[in-house]
Design a protein around this ligand. Structure first.
Ligand SMILES: CC(C)(COP(=O)(O)OP(=O)(O)OC[C@H]1O[C@@H](n2cnc3c(N)ncnc32)[C@H](O)[C@@H]1OP(=O)(O)O)[C@@H](O)C(=O)NCCC(=O)NCCS
Length: 336
C-alpha cells in the first residue's frame, strides 16, 4: 500500500478581487509614428482603430510599471501586500532570460517569499495567468495571487516597419485573484496552434548576438503576417469566445461586458457581430488610446471600463486573449 498523501484544501471557487493599471506618462499620437513610415493618420485609424499609444521612459521599466499596477490592484482588492502568496508575471518584454522578473516584484511589493514566476504566452499571457491563479486558489496552493500583464513593446517595435510600427504600446495591468463562495471565473477554453508560430515572431533570436554577430543584425523586433493573424483572430477567436460562453453556461444576452485582447478595433467589431452581442454589452475599446499592449491589454481595458463607469463591479464579462504562439485563452468572469 503506498503511503496516503493528504490532499490540498482550496477555496471552492475563485474570483478577481481587484484590478489596477499603469499607463506610461508619454502619450504618442499617430503623428509621431508618421515621422518614420509612409502612412497617414487616416489609414492607421481606419485599419487599426488606434489614435495614440503610451511609450515608457527609461525609468518606466517593466518592474516599475508592474509595481505601480500591482499596488493599485492590491488597494482595489482591499488586502495588504503580505496577503499575496503567489506572483505571476506575464510578459514578453523583460529582457533578461534569467532570473524571472516575478521574484523582484514579489520582494519589492511586500509579498515576502511568495512563489513567483514569469509566463511567456504573448497576448494571451494575462488570461493564461488568470487561469493558473484560479487553479492555485481552488487547489489551495495560494489564497491571493497577484497576476500582472506588463509590456514595453516600444523596445520591440521596428519604427521603420510600416506593418507594425503603429500597433504597439507600453503599460501594465494587474489583478488579485482570491477565494470566492460563488463561481466567478468560468472554465477556460485555451490552446495553441504551433503550426502558425511564424505568423508573429521576434525577428532576431537573442543568441544571434554572440561573438560580434550583433554588429551585422538589426535589433530584435516583433514582426507579423498581418493579414494571416487578422483572419485567424476574426474567424477562429470568435469561435473560442463562443465556446467560453457555452462552457460558463452564459448566453450573449446575459453578458454585461466584453473585454477582448486589444489588438485591432476591426477584430473587436467583427467578434461583436459573430457573437451577436446585444447593444447593452459594454465593449472595451481601449486600443484607441493605448494601442496593443499584449499581455497588459485585458487588465488595462478592464480597469478603464470600471473606472469610466461603462461596467460595474459584479458585472459578468467575457475575456479573451490571443496572440504570438499562436496561443489563446478565453473565460467568463465576474468583474471586481
Ligand atoms: C496590421 C494591419 C492593421 C494591416 O492592415 P491590412 O489591411 O492587413 O494591410 P495589408 O498589409 O494587407 O496592406 C494593405 C495595403 O495597405 C498598405 N499598407 C500597409 N501598411 C501601411 C501603412 N502603415 N500605411 C499605409 N498603407 C499601408 C499596403 O502596402 C497595401 O497596399 P496595396 O493594397 O496597395 O498593396 C492588419 O493586418 C492587422 O491588424 N492585423 C492583425 C494585427 C494584430 O492584431 N496583431 C497582433 C495580434 S495579437
Amino acid at each position: 500500500m503506498p503511503a496516503k498523501i493528504s490532499p490540498s484544501k482550496g477555496s471552492p471557487y475563485a474570483r478577481i478581487l481587484g484590478v489596477g493599471g499603469y499607463r506610461p506618462t508619454r502619450v504618442v499620437p499617430n503623428e509621431v509614428i508618421l515621422e518614420h513610415i509612409d502612412s497617414s493618420d487616416e489609414w492607421i485609424r481606419s485599419r487599426s482603430g488606434i489614435a495614440s499609444r503610451h511609450w515608457a521612459s527609461p525609468e518606466e521599466t517593466v518592474a516599475e510599471m508592474s509595481l505601480a499596477a500591482g499596488g493599485k490592484a492590491i488597494a482595489d482588492a482591499g488586502i495588504s501586500a503580505s496577503d499575496i502568496d503567489a506572483v505571476v508575471i506575464a510578459t514578453v518584454s523583460h529582457f533578461k532570460q534569467t532570473p524571472a522578473i516575478a521574484t523582484e516584484i514579489a520582494h519589492r511589493i511586500g509579498a515576502g517569499k511568495a512563489p513567483a514566476f514569469d509566463i511567456s504566452a504573448g497576448c494571451a499571457g494575462f488570461t493564461y495567468g488568470l487561469t493558473l491563479a484560479k487553479s492555485m486558489v481552488t487547489d489551495g496552493t495560494a489564497q491571493h495571487v497577484l497576476v500582472v500583464g506588463v509590456e514595453r513593446l516600444s523596445d520591440l517595435t521596428d519604427l521603420e516597419d510600416r506593418s507594425t510600427a503603429f500597433l504597439f504600446g507600453d503599460g501594465a495591468g494587474a489583478v488579485i485573484v482570491g477565494p470566492s463562495k460563488e463561481p466567478a471565473i468560468g472554465p477556460t477554453v485555451w490552446g495553441s496552434e504551433g503550426d502558425k508560430a511564424q505568423t508573429i515572431t521576434q525577428t532576431v533570436a537573442w543568441d544571434a548576438y554572440r561573438e560580434g554577430a550583433a554588429d551585422e543584425i538589426r535589433f530584435p523586433a516583433i514582426a507579423q503576417e498581418g493579414q494571416a493573424v487578422f483572419r485567424w483572430a476574426v474567424f477562429e477567436m470568435a469561435k473560442v469566445a463562443q465556446e467560453a460562453l457555452d462552457a460558463a453556461g452564459i448566453t450573449a444576452d446575459q453578458l454585461d461586458a466584453f473585454i477582448p485582447h486589444q489588438a485591432n478595433m476591426r477584430i473587436i467589431d467583427s467578434m461583436i457581430k459573430t457573437l451577436k452581442l446585444p447593444e447593452h454589452v459594454a465593449v472595451a475599446r481601449d486600443v484607441e488610446t493605448t494601442g496593443n499592449t499584449s499581455a497588459a491589454s485585458i487588465p488595462l481595458a478592464m480597469e478603464r471600463l470600471l473606472a469610466t463607469g461603462q461596467a460595474r463591479s459584479g458585472d459578468t464579462a467575457l475575456v479573451i486573449g490571443f496572440g504570438a504562439g499562436l496561443v489563446y485563452a478565453a473565460t467568463v468572469v465576474t468583474l471586481p
